[in-house]
Design a protein around this ligand. Structure first.
Ligand SMILES: Nc1ncnc2c1ncn2[C@@H]1O[C@H](COP(=O)(O)OP(=O)(O)OP(=O)(O)O)[C@@H](O)[C@H]1O
Ligand SMILES: [Mg+2]
Length: 449
């Protein structure tokens, strides 16, 4: 471990030298100063995370020095030395931001060490917290990933932990919970941020097209290939490849993807030249891949490759508190966009929003608020503006609890039937992607009645 820098400021030479001697032996890089003024002059060079400061010194007092040091380095942890019996001084120092105090003469050196160790930890914690929340704020600008619920804080923490590594991440969770947002945040926080995040929706392409999209092709590789084209693997080189809806990837492509993951190289269609790759893979799915594996539609060797780290997105109903926070941000965003001055939602509308069960998650909330902002005639969104939001069965009578998937199946079927199986419209109403709807239709085996 590198030596921790430590400032010792005391006008009494004996005490100063004793502390310096002892603490250097204990592995600190000690910088001693006989006055606050001298310490301040040099602090820019030393910039230690820790300081031991005598309170009573001629010239600049310890308290003044403490304040000035904290101006230069807000994270510095200062341990103050006070004369025996001067509790007020100690209290004043703590109030001014000192970490702790010791009474002079310092005799209990174990206690000193213990306090310094705690101060080191404290410093590390505040710095990390500051850095993390700054970096989080950078990549999650307020209009981006919103959520302060414990569930979302856990997600954000996971993101900041995995982002710097190159590990493959699988993002799971129901439709509209923000999986793509998470993928983008991981990339933005990673060392690859300067390079591209290339996204491809595996459900959006038929099998052969998916292959040529991913691998690229040489001129003449197939009919219509009148010029060579780079695939997404190549485009993502040095950066991140986001494979969305990985659960929809056809088995033959799964094998090919697995090979790329193992060999870190590809060949364009129609070429034998091997192109080396340096990519990080992030995947997302709203399908239960374990079930898909059990059914044989998803390869388990690929699953284990992709699932090094999983981030499971909680459905919106499990993020108490976030609904109104998201609502507020969405109202702000959409009213700015269309130039209306809307200040928020009224209390009836808020209650409805909080009690609703959000099958379409954040995307549904986003859509509903956008519509409400357009519709409303007042400066606050009211219950009437929240079209499409109805609470069912709130009589308090015991309801039969049905599995969520059951509800989802019925809800989708109902919507499709109502809209005469217009998939585009139905996906929009449900607040999910059209491909997600297709996948669900397949999953639930839905047919026109
Ligand atoms: N925490 C959040 N804060 C702000 N906006 C969010 C949040 N989560 C999701 N959104 C917004 O909701 C919409 C859906 O998010 P996203 O596309 O990331 O979901 P998804 O999980 O990938 O959905 P699907 O499975 O249908 O592809 C987007 O417009 C996104 O910006
Ligand atoms: Mg998505």
């Amino acid at each position: 471990m590198a030596e921790t820098k430590l400032l010792v400021v005391d006008d009494e030479a004996g005490q100063r030298e004793m502390l310096a001697g002892f603490l250097s032996k204990k592995g600190f890089e000690v910088h001693t100063f006989a006055s606050g003024a001298r310490a301040l002059e040099e602090y820019h060079h030393v910039f230690s995370p820790l300081a031991i400061v005598d309170m009573k010194m001629p010239g600049m007092t310890g308290l003044e020095l403490l304040g000035k040091l904290r101006e230069i380095n807000p994270f510095i942890q200062v341990l103050v030395l006070t004369a025996f019996g001067s509790v007020e001084t100690a209290v004043a120092a703590i109030k001014a931001g000192a970490f702790d105090y010791l009474t002079k003469p310092v005799e209990n050196l174990d206690e000193l060490l213990l306090k310094l160790e705690k101060a080191v930890q404290q410093n590390r914690l505040v710095v990390e917290h500051k850095v993390m929340s700054e970096r989080l704020a950078e990549v999650f600008p307020t209009s981006e990933m919103i959520g302060e619920s414990p569930a979302m804080l856990k997600v954000k923490e996971m993101i900041s932990l995995v982002a710097p590594k190159d590990a493959t991440v699988l993002i799971t969770g129901p439709s509209g919970t923000g999986k793509e947002l998470v993928a983008r945040a991981i990339h933005a926080l990673s060392p690859r941020a300067e390079k591209e995040l290339v996204a491809i929706n595996c459900a959006a392409f038929p099998e052969t097209l998916l292959e040529s999209e991913l691998f690229g092709f040489e001129k003449g590789a197939f009919t219509g290939a009148d010029r060579a084209k780079q695939g997404r693997f190549e485009l993502a080189d040095g950066g991140t490849l986001f494979l969305d809806e990985i659960g929809e990837m056809p088995p033959s492509m799964q094998v090919k993807l697995l090979r790329v993951l193992e060999e870190h190289k590809i060949q364009r269609l129609g070429s034998v030249k091997e192109i080396p790759l340096d990519i990080r893979i992030i995947t997302a799915t709203n399908r239960d891949l374990l079930k898909a594996m059990a059914q044989g539609s998803f390869r388990d060797d690929l699953y284990y490759r992709l699932n090094v780290i999983t981030i499971d997105m909680p459905p919106l109903v499990e993020r108490a508190g976030d609904v109104l926070l998201l609502t507020e941000k969405f109202v702000e965003r959409f009213s700015r966009k269309i130039g209306k001055e809307i200040t928020g939602v009224d209390s009836e509308a808020a209650e409805l929003l909080v009690r609703y069960n959000w099958p379409g998650n954040v995307r549904e909330l986003e859509n509903i608020i956008e519509r409400a902002v357009v519709l409303t005639r007042s400066d606050r969104i009211t219950r009437e503006d929240l079209t499409g939001l109805t609470l069912k069965g709130n009589s308090g009578a015991a309801e039969t609890v049905v599995p969520l998937s059951d509800m989802e199946r019925r809800h989708i079927k109902h919507c499709l039937d109502q809209l005469d199986w217009n998939l585009g419209l139905c996906a929009e109403k449900l607040g999910i992607h059209r491909n997600t709807l297709r996948a669900k239709i397949k999953e639930y085996n839905l047919r026109k009645s």
